[in-house]
Design a protein. Sequence first.
Length: 371
Amino acid sequence: MKQYDYLIVGSGLFGSTLAYRAQQIGKRCLVIDKRSHIGGNVYCESIEGINVHKYGAHIFHTSNKEVWNFVNSIVEFNRYTNSPVANYKGQLYNLPFNMNTFYQMWGVKTPEEAEGKLEEQRAEAKARMNGREPQNLEEQAQLLIGKDIYETLIKGYTEKQWGRECTELPAFIIKRLPVRMVFDNNYFNDKYQGIPVGGYNKLIEGLLDGTEVRLNTDFFSLGDWRDIAEKLVYTGPLDEYFNYKLGRLQYRTVSFETTVEDTANYQGNAVVNYTEREIPYTRVIEHKHFEMFGQEVYDCQKTVISKEYSTEWKPGMEPYYPVNDERNNNLAEQYRQLAAKERNVIFGGRLAEYKYYDMAPIIEHALTVQL
Ligand code: FDA
């Protein structure tokens, strides 16, 4: 008999949830991670007593009651509700686009007035295009929402994200731009959202409680896994598993500039988007607002902020978002066909499936995959 039933590569949410399930049914698991900490991209680093989302802001949201009950059975969640604010040339606007935004933009006070203004703006955009199909993202966005909101809240932000002019980006990137005719700044439409009380590390620690974990351990330096385990759960990059033999998959990435500020409350909100092109970062995250409310904000006298910059990805950088174009989709599909032929290996998670996943769908997948 081999030493382990499962060797699990990666202690992110997928690997940790699978380890939890396997352990519950009495399987012997070893979780390895090449990083020096558990949790993958949801890991938080404590700075000045504040949980800092080291790999980007993470807000848990779902309408799936089973997933919500599952995570709450591991750790309690707080009442954080994501309601980002946009800063355009010093003016502030609420997001997502809702009655507050329309009031701030045009002074309109009723849904009827806001609808009228939106219709007027859309009609002007249509007239400018003279009946032809939108040729690029700029034209598409203006048809959907009009010039004012496009220029103030979409143009600069999108250009920073993609590193290209909106007139050079394809129209299909924006299919819909939802608007809300109510005064509601809650970014998500999901039934449940929040942040684990005590931070994401508590969630991961709860999932891995009782499981053997080895950090700073790269799967590719281990030798043949079949010598130690019956089955493998692999959550690392799909192309790396096959030694890039068909070519490298590409990603988009984000870089963070994190600083400690000598004030208790820097921007009054967890997320502020900077929507003008001239400011090089896209967002500023003030981490304490994910977990501290009311007086707690002031009881902690310092604050930690992260400025986010969209950065072109090169091998060696953090692979964050899969690139959804023909080349990468085709290549990923070829790798998936190879993966399907691997015996006793489960490929799961955002890297091994080369797919953008929010946290809740990752957990849903890990709860349902056949062990
Ligand atoms: P994850 O990347 O977390 O874990 C994989 C692990 O495998 C890593 O720890 C890695 O070190 C390890 N590994 C890889 N190769 C290895 C090897 N060879 N040997 C050993 N270990 C290896 N979702 C959401 O619901 N709300 C949100 O607000 C956000 N925000 C957000 C911001 C940003 C910038 C990104 C990129 C993503 C989000 N997400 C999100 C998505 C969320 O991060 C994602 O769903 C989960 O982290 C995915 O968990 P995984 O376990 O799949 O991967």
